[in-house]
Design a protein around this ligand. Structure first.
Ligand SMILES: [Zn+2]
Length: 410
């Protein structure tokens, strides 16, 4: 009689091999089976077996390369884009969006629907459902799941947004759970900074990095730290909230209730607020970006203040965690070369030299919507293979509750 573990091991091995190939396919260009064997280190027969299994599950698809190898048309394999899709949802203080992508994770403006974030949670769910259904109806592919990126404090254990200083309608809510009820499709909740880490790690410049930090300085100021391929979560998954460290005890009131939090001084939102105060009229971030480009001298004081506190935030991360790379996600001071150079100069003044010498500071190329897509793709690949992938998303299945299978599209 065979021992039980002998039957378990081949199944585990098969799932690990599936995960390995999904990893390679998610991170790279379409490949032939021979190329997949070379890159993955698996034998050609194993690759063929695994691909057949992934084809049967609709996770990958084959297509004709148009070239002929040894008289036969060369078949390439890629993540499914024709038969399967996923949705990414980004909830943010001012604007939210729903985006559709194939399982290759490629996002585009044509497949993205943006809208001003409504004032109530019920209205927000209505809009997310409406845009989600529209994107699903526009495609012939089956929707396999939805990744939902949220700001605020996300408790991994309780599976909810505990508190959202910049968008209080999310307090104590789990929009992924509620959207799952409405759409009948598996949804996964992910904190926005973890989403950025996942997006950069799966599709961006962190694909080969096991140690890096992600600093989001858009609306709030959030930090994600990846060490040895693992994201630092803390006891409940709420680690990284340096945006609510006090930087100016006499500063303005923050959404969290305290005064002078770093995020009231070092973010895009802070710069927009300062420009608004100077002009004494409401301004959008796009208008501020245009004003800074057209007449930067008019707002040099505001730029200097925010650049100074942003440099303090970056230096704090470098001095504390000694990362090889810091990705900074922001717009007004980050996406503009001269202003970013000004920030870097201030970082040099405020960081311990040996730590700075080992660290690269770069604007992130990924986005929260790419991160939301990466989060649901992580869920999908984990559901189909062994749970050993190092960088985990914040919200996986609720304790004691099996994740629902994506409903087939009608
Ligand atoms: Zn605060």
């Amino acid at each position: 009689m065979r021992h039980k573990s002998e039957r378990v091991e081949p199944a585990l091995l098969r799932r690990m091999n599936e995960r390995r190939l999904l990893e390679v396919l998610q991170r790279g260009a379409p490949s032939s089976r021979a190329a997949l064997a070379r890159v993955s280190g698996l034998t050609p027969p194993t690759v063929s077996k695994v691909i057949e299994s992934l084809l049967a599950r609709g996770l990958v698809e084959e297509y004709d390369s148009g070239k002929r190898a040894l008289g036969r048309p060369g078949k390439l394999v890629r993540m499914a884009t024709q038969s399967a899709m996923v949705l990414g949802v980004v909830i943010d203080a001012d604007t939210s969006c729903v985006t559709a992508a194939g399982l290759d994770g490629r996002v585009s403006e044509q497949q993205t629907r943006r809208f001003p974030t409504p004032n109530t949670y019920a209205d927000l769910l209505d809009r997310l459902e409406e845009h989600g259904r529209f994107l699903i109806s526009r495609s012939s592919a089956a929707c396999r799941g939805v990744g939902v990126s949220v700001p605020g404090l996300v408790n991994e254990r309780l599976q909810q947004v505990v508190f959202c200083p910049n968008l209080h309608l999310l307090d104590h809510q789990n929009p992924a759970h509620d959207l799952e009820q409405r759409l009948g499709i598996g949804c996964v909740l992910v904190h926005e900074v973890r989403a950025l880490c996942l997006g950069e790690r799966t599709y961006g410049d962190a694909r080969t990095l096991d140690d890096f930090a992600m600093l989001d300085v858009t609306q709030g100021l959030g930090l994600g730290v990846v060490v040895g391929g693992q994201i630092l979560s803390g006891h409940s998954g709420m680690a990284g909230e340096i945006g609510h460290n006090t930087a100016d005890p006499t500063g303005i009131r923050c959404g969290c209730g305290n005064r002078g939090c770093l995020e009231t001084l070092a973010t895009d939102a802070a710069l927009v607020r300062m420009v608004r105060d100077r002009l004494a009229k409401p301004v959008s971030i796009a208008e501020v970006a245009a004003s800074l480009d057209e007449r930067p001298g008019d707002f040099q004081h505001e730029i200097d203040v925010v650049a100074e506190y942003l440099a303090i935030a970056i230096a704090t991360v470098i001095n504390t965690f000694n990362p090889t790379t810091i990705f900074v996600h922001g717009r007004l001071l980050i996406q503009h070369k001269e202003r970013f150079d000004q920030v870097l100069e201030r970082v040099r003044q405020r960081t311990l030299t040996p730590l700075l010498a080992e660290c690269t500071i770069i604007p992130t190329r990924s986005s929260k919507r790419q991160g939301a897509i990466a989060a649901i793709m992580r869920r999908i690949t984990e559901a189909h293979s062994a749970p050993s992938m190092p960088l985990r998303s914040v919200a996986s299945s609720r304790p004691g509750r099996r994740p629902r299978k994506a409903a087939p599209r009608q």
